[in-house]
Write a protein that binds this ligand. Structure first.
Ligand code: TYM
Length: 327
């Protein structure tokens, strides 16, 4: 099966991105043809600093490698280096109803947050995402819960294109992890963990041990002191138990048993140490890769070439079906 997924380069990656997306990618790359993208064009839709963007893009390649993506198995590349993404996004613009875009949850949230910079890119964002996915004749899109609606729209757009112009696109399936599809903020368990909400609300994949300890000890928990999973009544502790379970491989029941009669503080201390240990190899590999820029750039250039072959072949078909002249 062909797998496609992507992450924006701006901001720090956190354990939500890892548990929702990257952890699935690592499993999927063993048996599938995987394409993993750094979606720099998407990142331009909200305020950013052009001076640091290049550095952030390269850093994300390092993140992919440090978290276990194998460049010999999977394609790693940067969205803007394969120009077919923008080209297909334009063409798909012409068949996507405005109403479908305006009802997207992420658009509604972001248009409130960035009221002063309400650019057309923010509205058209899911069309570019559909282009990303459809260009590669993708079977499976592993993402966290917040991106599910966008993948569903990509399916709708693909069906519409196929009906109007003839079969070109595969209809992709979304794949959410069984647990961890929506990791919540450490400061507000009613909100998803997000890189735009301040460092105390998330654990970065490369946070130093002291930062991890401080953030976990300060994580907002519920009244009471029993370590028991209850999403409705104890969302703060439930979120921390989920994180504990996914990093330790222990079931929720096992964790509840382990901390029976022990209270929140002891549970949090143990979770902090689990995270310090689990993220150690990310920190070590990242430090090593930061000194190997030539190697990292070579991986990108190989990935770009492999991605271009697939993207160009789909675009040829699209042009033909839409009545445009071939290139
Ligand atoms: P982005 O960069 O916001 O997030 C990257 C991935 O992390 C997941 N994620 C989470 N999972 C669980 N809990 C959380 N708190 C959490 N926060 C983020 C996201 O669901 C995502 O899988 N539009 C996309 C990038 C994109 C893309 C694509 C993805 C562009 N084109 C094509 C798949 C296919 C985005 O902004 O993700």
């Amino acid at each position: 099966m062909r797998v496609f997924s992507g992450i924006q380069p701006t901001g720090k990656l956190h354990i939500g991105n890892y548990l929702g997306a990257i952890k699935q990618w690592i499993e999927l790359q063993e048996k599938n043809e995987c394409v993993f993208c750094i979606v720099d064009l998407h990142a331009l839709t909200v305020p950013y600093d052009p001076k640091t963007l290049q550095e952030l893009i390269l850093e994300k390649v390092i993140v992919y490698l440090a978290s276990g993506i194998n460049p010999e198995k999977s394609i790693i590349f940067v969205q803007s280096s394969v120009k077919e993404h923008s080209e297909l996004a334009w063409l798909l613009n012409t068949i996507t109803p405005l109403g479908d875009l305006a009802r997207m949850t992420q658009y509604k949230e972001k248009s409130k947050k960035f009221e002063k910079n309400l650019n057309a890119g923010l509205l058209n964002y899911p069309i570019l995402m559909a282009a990303d996915i459809l260009l590669y004749q993708t079977d499976l899109v592993p993402v966290g819960e917040d991106q599910k609606q966008h993948v569903e729209l990509a399916r709708t757009i693909a069906r519409k294109f196929n009906q109007k112009f003839g079969e070109v696109f595969k209809i992709p399936e979304v794949r959410l992890p069984k647990a961890g599809a929506r990791i919540m903020s450490l400061q507000n368990p009613a909100k998803k963990m997000s890189k735009t909400d301040g460092p105390e609300s998330y654990i970065g994949l490369f946070d130093e041990p002291e930062e991890i300890r401080t953030k976990i000890m300060r994580a907002v928990t519920d009244t009471g002191k029993i370590v028991k999973y209850n999403e409705k009544l104890k969302p703060g502790i439930a979120n921390l138990i989920t994180i504990y379970s996914l990093f330790s491989g222990k079931s929720i029941k096992e964790i509840e048993r382990k901390f029976k009669g022990k209270g929140y503080a002891e549970f949090k201390k143990s979770l902090a140490e689990l995270l310090v240990d689990s993220l150690e190899s990310f920190r070590r590999k990242k430090k090593e890769l930061l000194t190997r820029e030539v190697y990292v750039k070579e991986i990108l250039s190989q990935g770009t070439k492999r991605a271009q072959v697939i993207a160009q072949s789909t675009m040829q078909e699209v042009r033909k079906k839409m009545g445009l002249l071939p290139h």
